[in-house]
Design a protein around this ligand. Sequence first.
Ligand code: NAP
Ligand code: MG
Length: 493
Amino acid sequence: MRRSRTLATIEPDFLGKWEYAPAPESTSHLSIRSSYDLFIGGKWVSPKSKKFFSTINPATEETLASVAEAGAADVDAAVRAADRAYEKYWRRMPGKERGKYLYRIARMLQEKAREFAVLETMDGGKPIKESRDVDVPLAAAHFFYYAGWADKLDYALPGRKARPIGVCGQVIPWNFPLLMAAWKLAPALACGNVSILKPAETTPLTALHLARLFEEADFPPGVVNVITGAGATGAALVTHPKVRKVAFTGSTEVGKRIQKSAAGTGKRLTLELGGKAANIVFADAPLDQAVEGIINGIYFNQGHVCCAGSRLLVEESVHDVLVRKLALRIRTLRLGDPLDKNTDVGAINSKMQLEKIKELVQSGVDEGAVLTQSGCVLPSKGFWFPPSFFTNVAQSFRIANEEIFGPVLAVQTFRTPDEAVEKANNTMYGLSAGVWTDKGSKIFKISQKLRAGVVWANTYNKFDPTSPFGGYKESGFGREGGRHGLAAYLEAE
Ligand code: NAP
Ligand code: MG
């Protein structure tokens, strides 16, 4: 019988030498406009600020489109349009009817899945297999899920009457632009609220194309408004007095600033912020599967994931074997054209983010950690960083504490389950964690002690619209997803 060659038995020299033919996804079905206005009150309006900025493809540095930059007067117009739509249409509409609109968006997203996946990949740099298989299907699933709640809200808060809050200001980051738009809009609209969505400066295009779907789906004008711009636009939105609810996903630093500005205003607030998750591997875990989970945990989406498993805590007795397997495995990861269907690791989202990653990686080297990189060739244009991990990491090093938000893992060891829990919890964040072990009882014991909003067991980075997601400590507060996600958008009487 022919012995199959598993990864562990492949001689290192073979790795990285097998080439695939290029398999780029076509872009011919996509129409990117040269310029995008603001979507306010159901219309595309040019910005009163008269300013525009460019969004580029981070894999090629080519300009994709010029996008309006909303100033304070534009933000005010959007909030007023939303407020009118709330009073005139949306708060009065029966939940059953609101649900129909949301189902329409979910189906349209499915119909246009390829267009959205390609656009997401071009604007943000993530591999097409992720935008196609993760971002877009999950975004549609969120609309389907919350459409189902629209006429059942009284059951969401048993014994209490649920009513909407009003105008929501929703600000999202660049790592999952369409998915974060869906996480924000679907529950807000299902609950009878109206929204002004502000996507990130580097990735505005899928939110703008989503606005086109709201237009095509005949939403009452002003129920959804999409305004583009940078941090100042977001700040003007979240501090606007008519905004009753702020939902923010982004950095802890900006989240804190928003929390301060909201203090004493009576605005409702949810914050989904940074993370420094521990992925804990016990010696009894199936190690090859754990390696795949670690890879998915940190190199998925170039590590641009708030819940990325960016710290690997491995039981000391299997440290050497696991690190060797990891070193071999990262050499097989294919980095390059994000539109190629075989690409595993795409482009870093922006030059600024690349500089941040490089600076933190240098600090790791300077502090004495040992850096292992995949050795892949980086394209000459665009922003790239090779899959990397650090061993010999002390708890005090910056790479063990600060969010790198790139494809860089910090490996540490532990000897006992208690030490694993202590190290995992020794962070200002608390968004997620992972546990790898063959023993079910250990999973329950450990996961209950971890101060993290999501704990994955023998898997990593799995998402579902029915499951709540959110942080402990400086990773934020409030939950998105599932029945819990409705509470952020309802007042209970
Ligand atoms: P960021 O600077 O906080 O930006 C997030 C969003 O807020 C962007 O749309 C940004 O606009 C806007 N913004 C910037 N300054 C603002 C202000 N003063 N007031 C209101 N809005 C403002 O974060 P980022 O660097 O883009 O994103 C990466 C961070 O997000 C990471 O730390 C990551 O952990 C976190 N994140 C968390 C989650 C989660 O679910 N917990 C999910 C994804 C990302 P511009 O981009 O146009 O400046
Ligand atoms: Mg871009």
